[in-house]
Design a protein around this ligand. Sequence first.
Ligand SMILES: Cc1cc2nc3c(=O)[nH]c(=O)nc-3n(C[C@H](O)[C@H](O)[C@H](O)COP(=O)(O)OP(=O)(O)OC[C@H]3O[C@@H](n4cnc5c(N)ncnc54)[C@H](O)[C@@H]3O)c2cc1C
Length: 440
Amino acid sequence: MSYYHPNFDVRKKFCECFLPEPREEVYAVVENMHNLVDEVIMPLRRDLDGGWTHDQAVADVAIATAMQAIYDSGWPRAILPEEKGGLGGVMKSMVTYAMLIEELGRADCGIALDVSLLYWFYSPMLYAGRTDLIDIFGPPLLDGKHHRACTSLTEPAGGTNIDDTTQHGRTLRTIARREGDEWVINGAKIWPSGASVADIGYMTLTTTDPNLGDDGIKLIYVPADAKGLSFGKPIPTMGMCCTDTNTEVFYDDVRVPVEYAATWGTDMKDVDLFKELAVEDKLTTPAYVNGACQTVLEILLDFSKDRIVAGKPMREHSVFVHTIGGLIHMWDYSRASYMQGCYMADHPEKYGPLWGKFMYSRAASVDQACLMAARRIIETAMDLMGSYGTAHEYHLEKYYRDVKQAELWLGGRYRTQMDVVLDYYDYEWAGPKWEPTPSR
Ligand SMILES: Cc1cc2nc3c(=O)[nH]c(=O)nc-3n(C[C@H](O)[C@H](O)[C@H](O)COP(=O)(O)OP(=O)(O)OC[C@H]3O[C@@H](n4cnc5c(N)ncnc54)[C@H](O)[C@@H]3O)c2cc1C
């Protein structure tokens, strides 16, 4: 690592007031991940990107090593309930999850995403209390090997429209038709992470009828080997070039049993579970980027210590002292903001369910604050380091690309900003004016 300061240590940066009990156990788990990241994943960073040429074969070897170390730590099993082999205790907390993601984000956001994809995939069935679905889709998490899952939401007509709760799913065109004891799914998605490489399954956002709005929404689990499921080629992207795979996903008369719908046989509403996914994502994406920003700060502190400007180290000139202080403060308050949001998520008895208006708005607010801060931190570090910031050798350019990607996967800053007001007043952005075309 380039620069060390004790304020970057797990016990200093993560304030214990947000942690679940027993707190000592949380710190031990996160410190273990911190060490794993330093020892195994940090040295692999360039290879995880496939080197300068983004060679997927190079990356695949590094990804396999990094992911196996994470699976050996046992963490992915924590997703399952204890009675199904899960870890229980402090591992059930969103705070613990976010801290672990931040540690991974220090090295590589794409590796952190690989684990999060599992969390997103399983969370609707867990919130709906569907132990029968856990019996079907859960076993891969117990064998200690690297597995992938996919959450398939975004469609060619625009992801933001779909994420936008004021549009009530009316733009969805992936249709689930009920035929006897089966759902028959037709439609297309684009951009889902893990598409084409997921071996566990595809948690697919569908509608039974776009005209039904929220009532039509259905989250349906599709096994990875389902007949009628096919994929486009991986879309080369700016960041997480080799660690994330994004493709089109085609559903042609894909048939799954009716009970593969996440809320089947329960009182839960699919639209609530869809909101829950958005909230989980908005509260934990800041953790990825805060981890990345920590490393960026370490790179900058190291660089500015040795870079001589007008006869003395860059970081000792008042203009740079001021700028660097501003970046550290943004990094600090971002963590405080998302840790508080995760703490609230861990306490629904006080703050309501994740799909409630309060948490929905709060998560959007946290996401906005942290992503704006991350952008400022990385862009400014790049400015201060000049051409050195753009050089592959310094790693900064990779964090720059990865963080921008992470910002966009939630629909970008404009969409998220609009979600903030939803707990303050009601508005319908496009819902009432929407005139769906008959889709079948
Ligand atoms: C790295 C990465 C990983 C991803 N992983 C997944 C995944 O796992 N699963 C998945 O389903 N998708 C995934 N996506 C896709 C992602 O969710 C979408 O890209 C995102 O929702 C934006 O959709 P879009 O790209 O179609 O842009 P658009 O929806 O067309 O948005 C483009 C711009 O227009 C603005 N805009 C459009 N409509 C509105 C509106 N109604 N209100 C306000 N602003 C609006 C947006 O804010 C944005 O600035 C991923 C994307 C990336 C980059």
